[in-house]
Every structure is written in structure tokens, then in C-alpha cells.
Design a protein around this ligand. Structure first.
Ligand code: ADP
Length: 236
């Protein structure tokens, strides 16, 4: 028992140290970003606007990595509350509405089968997961795929003691290599991507006793399916 307690202490300590290092790196990044912005007009007259773009993009990427890392390294006792699946998904749809609109992409919710079903989850964490998936779906409409009318459909249904949430896009899809690596930390195919969204999402869903599955076809789109356990009111 002592051994376990000691190990846990060490882990908690490591978590604290990494969180404070992450905080300390953020401050200098913020001032670097500020000074580059100030230099921007000079660099542009020198014809170096491409350098400015790259510097800013890389600073933002470093910031994103720190942000995701801080989010995922927090002590992982989930703060669970009851929330209806419907309101959770509606909120995510609302949060992504403007980006979808800008891309001319439709987000359609199919919630008929989930009625009033509520789940007991860490709302912040699960919202982050769905948000990651919808944002990835929006990213999949970019580039050589952007001529196609983008459509993201979100289905929720209750199957016995589980809730199934399916997020389907008609974006560019994934090849075998991407499908085999997409849950690995830092795996990304995007310029400026962190490659942390799905590895963090995977861990969150697993911590909730659920699972994530994915199906994809190059050129046709991708479907993610999240399964989460439903807590019966009678059981609580
Ligand atoms: P990031 O979005 O920063 O790249 P993620 O972990 O969220 O990190 O995603 C990893 C990779 O998985 C992405 O770079 C992309 O190649 C692929 N991916 C994830 N979702 C989709 C999707 N809906 N359509 C196509 N590719 C996807």
C-alpha cells in the first residue's frame, strides 16, 4: 500500500511540475508573439511576410500544444454531473455554427432516438471530445475538397444501457496510414495541427467507461462513433 501511495505522490508531483513549466513557457511565447506583431510592418516592407506568417503559426501551434497538454494532464478525477445528451450536442452545434457557416457547411442534428436520455459525465471533458470531432470534420472540408457542399450529421441514439453518438462528415476522408495513427499523440496531417485532439479524446472517453470507433473512406468522408454508458436513475 505504501508503495502505491508513493507512486501516486510522484505522479501528482510530476503533473504539478509539468503544469507549471507549461505556464512558464506560455508567458515568453506571448511576448514573442507581441514583438513579432510590432516588427510585422518592417518585415513586410523587407518582403518577409511569409516568415511572419510562419513564426506566428508556429507560436500558435506551441500554444495549442501547451493548452491541450494542460487540459489533459489535470488530475483526472472527472467532475461528473447529469446532462441530457440533447442539450450537450445542441451546445456543441452552437459553438461550431459560425465556423461551419464560414465554410458553407451544414450541421444537422438527428436527436429523435435519444429523447430525454441523460448521461453522467464530466461535461467539460465530453464537450471537448465532441467539439474536437466536429472541428476535425470541419477541417476535413478544406483544401481540394472545398468545392463539395459540406455536411456534418450528428446522430444520437440509446441502445440498452449505452448512448451512441455518431458524427459523420462528407469531407476528404483518411488513408490507411492516417487511420492507423490518428489516435497517437502528436500525429497530425495538418499544417499547424497539434495531433493531440484525438489522443486526448480517446483517453477522456476511456476514462468514462466508453469507446470511440472510426470508419473512413478517402474522398467520401469519415464517421466517428462514441459509445458512453447511461446511468439508470434507479441505480444511483
Ligand atoms: P489535429 O486535428 O491537430 O491534426 P487530431 O488528433 O484531432 O489532431 O487528428 C489527427 C489526424 O486525424 C488529423 O490530422 C487528420 O489527418 C485525421 N482526422 C481526424 N478527424 C478527421 C476527419 N473527420 N476527416 C479526415 N481526417 C481526420
Amino acid at each position: 500500500i505504501e508503495q502505491t501511495a508513493y507512486q501516486n505522490d510522484k505522479l501528482a508531483m510530476l503533473g504539478k511540475i509539468s503544469a507549471s513549466i507549461a505556464h512558464e513557457i506560455r508567458n515568453p511565447l506571448t511576448s514573442i508573439r507581441g514583438f513579432i506583431q510590432l516588427l510585422r510592418p518592417h518585415l513586410i516592407t523587407m518582403g518577409k511576410d511569409e516568415y511572419v506568417r510562419i513564426i506566428l503559426m508556429e507560436i500558435d501551434r506551441a500554444n495549442d500544444i501547451i493548452y491541450e497538454f494542460l487540459n489533459s494532464s489535470k488530475p483526472s478525477a472527472p467532475q461528473t454531473t447529469m446532462i441530457s445528451v440533447l442539450s450537450l450536442l445542441k451546445e456543441v452545434a452552437l459553438l461550431t455554427e459560425s465556423e461551419a457557416l464560414m465554410k458553407g457547411c451544414q450541421i444537422v442534428l438527428h436527436m429523435d432516438e435519444v429523447d430525454e436520455t441523460a448521461i453522467s459525465v464530466d461535461v467539460k471533458q465530453i464537450k471537448q471530445v465532441i467539439l474536437n470531432l466536429v472541428k476535425n470534420a470541419l477541417d476535413a472540408m478544406d483544401g481540394d475538397h472545398s468545392h463539395i457542399q459540406g455536411r456534418i450529421e450528428i446522430w444520437a441514439s440509446r441502445v440498452e444501457k449505452q448512448v451512441h453518438i455518431r458524427i459523420a462528415d462528407n469531407g476528404k476522408g483518411m488513408d490507411h496510414h492516417t487511420l492507423n495513427h490518428l489516435f497517437n499523440p502528436f500525429f497530425t496531417t495538418k499544417e499547424g495541427g497539434t495531433g493531440l485532439g484525438l489522443s486526448v479524446s480517446y483517453r477522456i472517453v476511456r476514462n468514462h467507461g466508453g469507446s470511440i470507433a472510426v470508419e473512413s473512406q478517402v474522398g467520401n468522408g469519415t464517421t466517428f462513433m462514441i459509445t458512453l454508458p447511461v446511468m439508470d436513475v434507479a441505480q444511483e
